[in-house]
Design a protein around this ligand. Structure first.
Ligand SMILES: N[C@@H](CCC(=O)N[C@@H](CS)C(=O)NCC(=O)O)C(=O)O
Length: 378
């Protein structure tokens, strides 16, 4: 199979850590804007990485359902714990790492000047070599677009900046506490929580120059974990895993942030989406993130997590509730339906509706809109 990816990409790093650990063979195909336009977009409707083309020509997209799909095809050794409580909690942490650690990882990439300049150059050369302009200019354009979408367009302000910066440092401290007692975040073997947190920690924090210095000095155990996970191969972990149960003090930061800030944000997003609102303000960490985009995909994230929570047996559910109780409860939305379930069934159904040339050109310039899927013109 072929994995379309980028070497500076959060979610590509997450996916590769999974495939490498499971020893699932794949070819890497660096996605330039040309391969994205000509191969990825027509097959998946997306200008995003990673996506995967299977040997039979079918396609996979989105790391969360992709990992579920691979676990069904290559069950041994499992990366998602079998125990229902561990499984639900791991899914919660994975989603938190994907969606709620994104803003700070983008901040640390695009705000420090030296890191910003380096990434603009890298993106110009590695992602946009075929753009009809010098790579420094295309890289600069792409960087400005990222900043407009994910910094100023995602609640960055004088009020929120210190809190956004701090998330990285808090994550390092919480992970260092966990790694003091075990080689991986849940115990002896890599599991989904390691794979999820690898998203922000590998391609952004460990490798972008400004946050990398912070990691190297403040959290050498996290720095070592990044290398350990990248180098982990299932055959070297053949003994029975010994996993802990989210009661370790290092999880307190995550559980509190999930219950008090992230879950309420997902609920507010789903409500705003149901009311057709394009933007919302959200209070968390004692500040207000203003004018955030209502991202439809996040309604799907909440739907998945809610379904898993509701699918727990009574005993497992009360164990989860007890773990989260010091910080509050998970509010549920009745009859939640994002309308995106079918769209994410893997492998993707072949024969997607084709976009017009103009739409493809617009997407090449603007990227896939963050807040809603692209629908073909009739
Ligand atoms: N939920 C998706 C997110 C994928 C994603 O956002 N990928 C980023 C790179 S890390 C991307 O391709 N961004 C390009 C763009 O937004 O234009 C997943 O888990 O795969």
């Amino acid at each position: 199979m072929t994995v379309y990816l980028a070497d500076m990409s959060y979610f590509s790093g997450k996916m590769e850590a999974y495939l490498r650990y499971k020893e699932i063979p794949y070819q890497r195909r660096l996605a330039t804007s040309k391969t994205m336009r000509e191969e990825v977009l027509p097959a998946t409707g997306l200008m995003k990485v990673p996506v995967i083309r299977l040997p039979d020509g079918r396609w996979l997209k989105d790391t969360t359902p992709m990992i579920d799909w691979f676990e069904s095809q290559y069950p041994d050794p499992p990366v998602i714990p079998k125990d229902p409580v561990l499984r639900f909690m791991s899914k919660l942490v994975e989603d938190y790492a994907d969606e709620w650690c994104w803003r700070a990882a983008l901040y640390w990439r695009w705000k420090p000047a030296a890191t910003r300049r380096l990434l603009m150059r890298r993106i110009g050369k590695e992602v946009l070599p075929d753009f009809p302009m010098p790579t420094w200019l295309s890289g600069w354009y792409y960087g400005r677009r990222q900043i407009a979408t994910y910094l100023t367009g995602d609640g960055l302000s004088a009020e929120t900046e210190p809190v956004i910066r701090q998330q990285y440092v808090d994550l390092l401290d919480a992970m260092s506490a966990l790694l003091e007692d075990q080689p991986f975040l849940l115990g002896s073997h890599p599991t989904l929580v390691d794979i999820g947190l690898f998203g922000p920690m590998f391609r952004h924090y460990a490798q972008d120059p400004a946050p990398s210095i912070v990691m190297e000095r403040r959290a050498p155990s996290v720095y070592a974990w990044v290398g350990r996970l990248w180098n982990a191969r299932a055959r070297r972990y053949s003994n029975e895993p010994s996993l802990t149960d989210f009661r370790h003090r290092g999880w307190a930061y995550f559980l509190e942030d999930i219950v008090r800030s992230y879950w309420p944000f997902l609920v507010a997003t789903a409500r705003a989406w149901a009311e057709g609102k394009p933007r919302l303000d959200h209070e968390a960490h004692g500040v207000t993130y203003r004018d955030l985009k209502v991202v439809h995909y996040r309604v799907f994230c909440l739907e998945l997590l809610q379904n898993q929570y509701l699918g727990l047996g009574a005993e497992a559910r009360s164990t989860v509730d007890a773990l989260l109780a010091p910080y509050g409860r998970l509010e549920l939305i009745d009859g939640l339906d994002s309308g995106l379930m079918e769209e994410h069934e893997l492998p993707l159904a072949p024969g997607r509706p084709q976009l017009s040339r103009l739409q493809r050109f617009q997407l090449a310039l603007t990227g896939t809109p963050w807040d809603m899927p692209v629908t073909p013109e009739r």
